[in-house]
Design a protein around this ligand. Structure first.
Ligand code: NAD
Length: 376
């Protein structure tokens, strides 16, 4: 699909562009600098300058509505490096002892928390108390109760809480959702979500339950949980789950290696999903209805996302997920834009409640009923 903006990018600089565009009525889109903002810009500080924080920072170079202006880190050398790389002024640099003072900094609108999972809760509460909007990475917390307390704290502080669900803005994903809503697949009966990779270094925080809050389910299985909800378009009402562990040394108590789980939806659809730290090539969603199907494969990696339906290959723009996410989140926070699929804290609490139920089902062998959304 060629959007007006991508068309402009393709022809930027050509004489043709200058002569054709005004006649096509697109003159308002002519701009010597494609990054010239066409609305207010969200000024963001990133907390946690690790691997994903770096990916977000690089992607934000392409944003038109969001700008990286600050950092929070415990490592002075990293702060200096980021200051140089991204032109961050000294007055917008904080460490984990000093960042409450961000409340007195009028040049920062929001903090993006990109630290290990178990640290999200306290960080979000502190940022909210400082009166700044919060964007928090997934999983937002390590259980639903903790997640709900983050939602409540942000509400009480009068700030917004969004979660880094980048797939909620991804064009192939949105196209499948659009087709499903239009009835292209008929009544949905089945979803399969496969989410996994072979995890390396056994000493990393992802394999330390105090920092991760769990294993593959918290890290990668959550994509199948969240995906089943936005692909089917309903909230699950029951869960069953089975756990297997082949390496109890690497995957110690509190770290799930492999869990298969099933979710039942009110309209009769069933999701069958696999979450694992022990297999590669697992990043596939398959949605099947009485009239048609959709497949995304890869479904949630950094891209390019690819897919097809019973009508043929999906044609959608390939984007840098984090660039689009941050531009969209800027509009959500600054202009009240409503995303197609929610990215607020309550959306994350639903995933966390399902994870809680999956762990319970795997432990007990029981079929676990899920409460209505909002009940924890
Ligand atoms: P990472 O280990 O590369 O980075 C974590 C950062 O947190 C590091 O800079 C580290 O110094 C800092 N940190 C602060 N306190 C720490 C502590 N007590 N122990 C360890 N590190 C500490 O991890 P990452 O891959 O960047 O993951 C960070 C978060 O981002 C996680 O919640 C993860 O689930 C999420 N993530 C999301 C995506 C996505 O696609 N949305 C992708 C990768 C990671």
């Amino acid at each position: 699909m060629t959007t007006r903006r991508s068309f402009l990018h393709q022809i930027t600089g050509s004489v043709l562009a200058l002569s054709v565009l005004p006649r096509m009525g697109w003159a308002e889109e002519l701009s010597p600098d494609p990054k010239t903002p066409d609305g207010p810009v969200l000024r963001v500080a990133i907390m946690g300058l690790g691997s994903y924080g770096t990916r977000v920072a690089e992607a934000m170079r392409g944003c038109t509505r969001a700008k990286l202006v600050g950092v929070i880190s415990g490592t002075p050398a990293k702060i200096r490096q980021w200051q140089t790389t991204y032109g961050i002024p000294e007055k917008n640099c904080y460490n984990y002892e000093t960042y409450d003072a961000i409340k007195d900094n009028p040049d920062i609108d929001a903090v993006y928390v990109i630290t290990p999972n178990a640290l999200h809760h306290d960080a979000v509460l502190r940022v909210a108390k400082a009166g700044k909007h919060v964007i928090c990475e997934k999983p937002m917390a390590v259980n639903a109760r903790q997640g709900q307390s983050m939602v409540d704290a942000c509400k009480a502080a009068g700030v917004r809480l969004l979660v880094g669900y980048r797939m909620h803005f991804e064009p192939h994903t949105l196209e499948v959702i659009r087709m499903r809503k239009e009835g292209a697949f008929g009544s949905i009966r089945f979803f399969q979500g496969l989410s996994g990779f072979i995890i390396g270094d056994p000493t990393q925080w992802r394999l330390n339950p105090q920092l991760s809050g769990g294993g593959a389910m918290m890290d990668i299985g959550i994509y199948s949980i969240n995906g089943s909800r936005y692909m089917i378009g309903e909230e699950p009402v029951w869960v069953t789950a089975q756990e297997t562990k082949t390496d109890p040394v690497k995957f110690k108590e509190g770290i799930d290696e492999t869990i298969q789980f099933q979710l039942g939806f009110p309209g009769g659809a069933v999701a069958s999903c696999l979450s694992t730290y022990n297999l590669n090539n697992l990043d596939r969603f398959f949605l099947d209805g009485e009239k048609g199907f959709a497949e995304l494969f890869p479904a949630t990696g950094y891209g390019p996302i690819q897919g097809r339906t019973n009508q043929g290959e999906l044609q959608a723009p390939v984007v840098t997920h984090q660039t689009v996410q941050m531009d969209e989140m800027a509009q959500i926070l600054l202009e009240g834009k409503q995303p197609v699929v929610p990215v607020d804290g309550q959306e994350a609490v639903r995933d966390l409640a399902i994870i809680d139920a999956i762990y319970h089902a795997a432990r007990t062998g029981q079929k676990v009923r899920l409460g209505a959304p909002g009940q924890v």
